[in-house]
Design a protein around this ligand. Structure first.
Ligand code: SF4
Length: 310
C-alpha cells in the first residue's frame, strides 16, 4: 500500500491519472465550504516538507517498476499540494526518469512566490482554482488562511501565465447564492481577462461539502454563466458516476467501503483511518454508491456522515 500515491484514478479531464498526495490529511491553506475531503484540520500558510521527498521518490520508483505509465501524474489529494516545499524536486525527478505528463491541481494561494513559479515551470498542465475575485466572497466560499487575499492569488496567476508555457485550465466552482451574483461574476470576468487561461472550467457541487445546506448550481444556471462570461473557451465539467466508465474500479474496494459504512455511519476521516485508502480514492467509490442509491449522507456533529440507505 502506497502512502503518497493513489489510483490510478480515471478523470474526464486527464484520462488515467496517477495521484500524488504531498500533504497529510487535511493540510490546506483554505477551508472551502464545498470541500469533498471534509473540513480542513490544519489551516496552514507555510511551505515545508510535510511528506518527505525520499518517500515520494521511493514510491514512484516502486510504482513504475510494476505498472504501466498513466496518461498523467497529478498532484492532488488531501489538501494543497504546493504546501510541500519539495514539489519542484518531485517534478524534476519525474521529468528526468519517466516519459509521463505532469499536472497540478492547486488553490493558487502560493503562486505569488517566484521560487514556486519557477519550480512549477516543468509542469505540462496546471488546474488552478479561483472561485471569487472579491474578498468578501472569497472569505465566504474558500475561508482562506489570514494573509491570503484575492489580489495575492490573482497576481500569482497572471505572473504564472506570463512567465511559463504551462497550459492553464482555470477552475471556477459555482455555488448558488454564494458566488454567482452579478457583482461576483462581473469581477471574475474582468479577472479572467487579465489572467488569460487557456480554458475556463465551471464546476459545481455533486457531493456533500464541508458544511450543511449548500446548493449546487443547476445545469441551467451554469449555462447562463457560460453565456454571461462570453468567452469561447469555457466548459462545464462533470465527473464519472458510472462504474462501467472507470477502468480501475474494484468491486472489492467498493465492498470494503460499503461494509464499513454498514457497520456504522462514517465521515470521510473515519473511512480514511479504517480503510487506509486515499481520500480521492474513497470519494470515487462514494460517488458510485451514492448514485446507485446505496449510500446516503447526513450532517452530524463531526460533519458529513455516510450511511447505508435502508
Ligand atoms: S477544495 Fe481544495 S483548496 Fe479548498 S479546502 Fe478542499 S483541498 Fe483545500
Amino acid at each position: 500500500m502506497f502512502k503518497t500515491l493513489f489510483g490510478p484514478v480515471p478523470s474526464r479531464r486527464l484520462g488515467i491519472s496517477l495521484g500524488i498526495d504531498l500533504v497529510p490529511y487535511k493540510f490546506c491553506s483554505m477551508d472551502c465550504i464545498y470541500c469533498e475531503c471534509g473540513p480542513t484540520t490544519d489551516l496552514i500558510f507555510k511551505r515545508d516538507e510535510y511528506v518527505k521527498l525520499e518517500i515520494v521518490k521511493d514510491e514512484l520508483k516502486k510504482y513504475f517498476d510494476e505498472n504501466p505509465l498513466p496518461d498523467y501524474c497529478t498532484f492532488s489529494g488531501s489538501g494543497e499540494p504546493t504546501l510541500n516545499s519539495k514539489i519542484g524536486k518531485v517534478i524534476d525527478f519525474l521529468k528526468k526518469n519517466y516519459p509521463v505528463k505532469i499536472a497540478l491541481l492547486t488553490n493558487s494561494t502560493f503562486l505569488w512566490d517566484k521560487k514556486l513559479r519557477n519550480e512549477l515551470s516543468g509542469l505540462d498542465l496546471i488546474l488552478p482554482s479561483l472561485d471569487a475575485a472579491r474578498e468578501v466572497t472569497m472569505n465566504k466560499i474558500n475561508r482562506p488562511h489570514d494573509g491570503i487575499s484575492p489580489d495575492l492569488i490573482i497576481e500569482g496567476l497572471i505572473k504564472f501565465r506570463e512567465e511559463t508555457n504551462v497550459e492553464m485550465w482555470l477552475e471556477v466552482f459555482i455555488l448558488e447564492g454564494v458566488n454567482d451574483g452579478e457583482e461576483d461574476l462581473l469581477s471574475l470576468k474582468d479577472t479572467i481577462l487579465k489572467i488569460k487561461p487557456h480554458k475556463i472550467q465551471l464546476n459545481t457541487l455533486d457531493r456533500p461539502g464541508a458544511v450543511e445546506g449548500l446548493k449546487p448550481a443547476s445545469k441551467k444556471r451554469l449555462f447562463e454563466i457560460v453565456s454571461f462570461l462570453g468567452f469561447e473557451n469555457v466548459e462545464i465539467i462533470s465527473k464519472f458516476r458510472d462504474r462501467r466508465e472507470i477502468p480501475s474500479y474494484s468491486g472489492d474496494i467498493e465492498n470494503l467501503i460499503y461494509s464499513t459504512i454498514k457497520r456504522r455511519p462514517c465521515t470521510i476521516e473515519d473511512l480514511i483511518s479504517i480503510t487506509k485508502l486515499n481520500v480521492s480514492e474513497i470519494n470515487k467509490y462514494l460517488d458510485v454508491l451514492e448514485k446507485d442509491g446505496k449510500v446516503l449522507t447526513l450532517m452530524g456533529e463531526r460533519g458529513v456522515f455516510f450511511k447505508v440507505a435502508k
